[in-house]
Structures are given as structure tokens and as C-alpha cells.
Design a protein around this ligand. Structure first.
Ligand SMILES: [Zn+2]
Ligand SMILES: [Zn+2]
Length: 261
């Protein structure tokens, strides 16, 4: 049959192209220009930002709040926590992020979240592994903050799950992206204050009785793109602890400098 022959030929051709691509990938890596992780501009190396996108990125280093990772201007001693954590102790153990969520990093995070720049995940994961080295040492399992299925359908990918997968490859920790579920769609939290955010996400996440077996007696490292007031990760932490997790720490790509409220 001529049609079958045509389809078979096309299949053979695409297999041949795929094999050729695999063979010459290292060469392509040298010949083709690399793209900036955030804006797509041409840069010298893979996995970096262009100078314009680097400008204004504020990396987080010690000293910082022992609980939420908020950077301190001076060293307040080991175990010191910020005012917000002293007032409302978070349910999670420690939260860490490689950079502050600023106007500059916002562009980077949004292009990753909504702009299909999924190729940036391995580089961002490397930054996160560096910032969260202690947390990774103390974890048994990576769990991404889930999206509601309608959002996942619209976006086609969960940025937190992509980061978890890459962190898992670097740290050799297993990833569980199915046990924790966002069963209620929450409103976008952009302009909400602390208590509105907590109300918005209260009861939005759950774990089935069967899923609980996967997190029970495990030290969980929860992964997300941005920590704002900590409302989302706190709600997820409580659900994981109720399901039997021993402890929950939080690793995000960026965090808001000083949570309001
Ligand atoms: Zn750029
Ligand atoms: Zn704090």
C-alpha cells in the first residue's frame, strides 16, 4: 500500500534524524548560540543570564533567619529568627532560597512559570541545591507544591515539579509529584496580605490515605518557585505532617524580601 509505505518511510526518516541529532548534539552545543535563561538573548554559555537580566538580582547568603531564611543585615547568632517567625512560628522547619524576589528576579520567575522557558530548570535547580544544601542533606523525599489540574492543563507544566525533578537528579533524592494534591482552585495571590493568603489556601491541599503511606516517616523537602508570605508552603506542610511526615523543610527559587502583615 503506497500510504503505508509513505508512513513507514517518514518513520524511518524521523528515527534517522533523531539518531543524527543525538550524534551531533555535542557539536551543536558549540555551534549554536546559548540563550539567556530569562529573556532568550544570546549569551556566552549555557545556563546563565545575560548581563541585563543579572542586573538587580539579589542573591541570598548568610546571615539569615534560621526558620524562613530572610536575610539579616547583621549576624544575630545561630538559631536567631526574624520578627515574623517569632510572631507566627512557621510549621515547616527551615525555608531557603538562592535569591530575593525583586523586580529583576520577577521577570526570571514569570518567564519560567508562564513563558515556556522550561530549559532554565536545570540551572535554577543548581542554584537551589547550593542554597539548600543542608536541607537536602536532611531530606528523604522531594515534593513539589502542586497546581490545580485546571491550571496544569492551561500551563502544560508545573514549574515546581520541573524544579523538583532537576533537584532530584542533582541530589539523588526521589521526587513524589503525585501524592500532595491541590483539590481546590485558589485565587491568584498577587496583591493579598498575609491573612488573606492563609484563608485563600486553607483546605486547598490534601493527601489520600493511600498517598499518606508514601510520606509517612519521611523527611520531606517541599519545592516551589516563590515563597511570598509562606501561606502556601505552610498549608502544604500541615497536610504533610498530618499524613505522617517526620519533618518538612522548604526550598524555593526566590523569596519575597520581607513578608507583609
Ligand atoms: Zn536576559
Ligand atoms: Zn523568619
Amino acid at each position: 500500500m503506497p500510504e503505508e509505505t509513505g508512513a513507514a518511510r517518514r518513520g524511518e526518516k524521523s528515527r534517522a534524524v533523531y539518531a543524527l541529532r543525538r550524534l551531533i548534539a555535542p557539536v551543536l552545543d558549540i555551534v549554536l548560540p546559548h540563550s539567556c535563561l530569562a529573556c532568550g538573548a544570546i549569551v556566552d554559555a549555557a545556563g546563565v543570564l545575560c548581563p541585563a537580566c543579572w542586573e538587580g538580582i539579589e542573591l541570598i547568603g548568610p546571615p539569615c533567619c534560621d526558620a524562613c531564611g530572610l536575610p539579616f543585615e547583621y549576624d544575630a547568632g545561630s538559631g536567631a529568627v526574624c520578627g515574623a517567625c517569632a510572631k507566627h512560628p512557621p510549621p515547616f522547619g527551615q525555608a531557603r532560597a538562592p535569591m530575593l524576589y525583586s523586580a529583576a528576579s520577577r521577570r526570571l520567575v514569570l518567564s519560567f512559570k508562564h513563558g515556556d522557558r522550561t530549559y532554565a530548570a536545570p540551572a535554577y535547580a543548581k542554584w537551589m541545591v547550593r542554597a539548600g544544601a543542608d536541607l537536602i542533606d536532611n531530606a528523604d523525599l522531594l515534593v513539589p507544591v502542586p497546581l490545580h489540574w485546571t491550571r496544569l492543563f492551561a500551563r502544560r507544566y508545573n514549574q515546581a515539579a520541573l524544579l523538583s525533578r532537576e533537584i532530584g537528579k542533582l541530589s539523588r533524592l526521589p521526587v513524589d509529584a503525585t501524592t500532595l494534591v491541590r483539590h481546590r482552585r485558589t485565587r491568584t495571590q498577587g496583591v493579598m496580605g498575609r491573612s488573606a493568603r492563609h484563608k485563600n489556601v486553607a483546605g486547598a491541599f490534601s493527601i489520600s490515605a493511600r498517598g499518606a503511606q508514601k510520606v509517612a516517616r519521611r523527611r520531606v523537602l517541599l519545592v516551589d518557585d516563590v515563597m511570598t508570605t509562606g501561606a502556601t508552603v505552610s498549608t502544604c506542610t500541615k497536610v504533610l505532617i498530618r499524613a505522617g511526615a517526620i519533618s518538612v523543610d522548604v526550598l524555593t527559587l526566590a523569596r519575597v524580601p520581607a513578608p507583609s502583615g
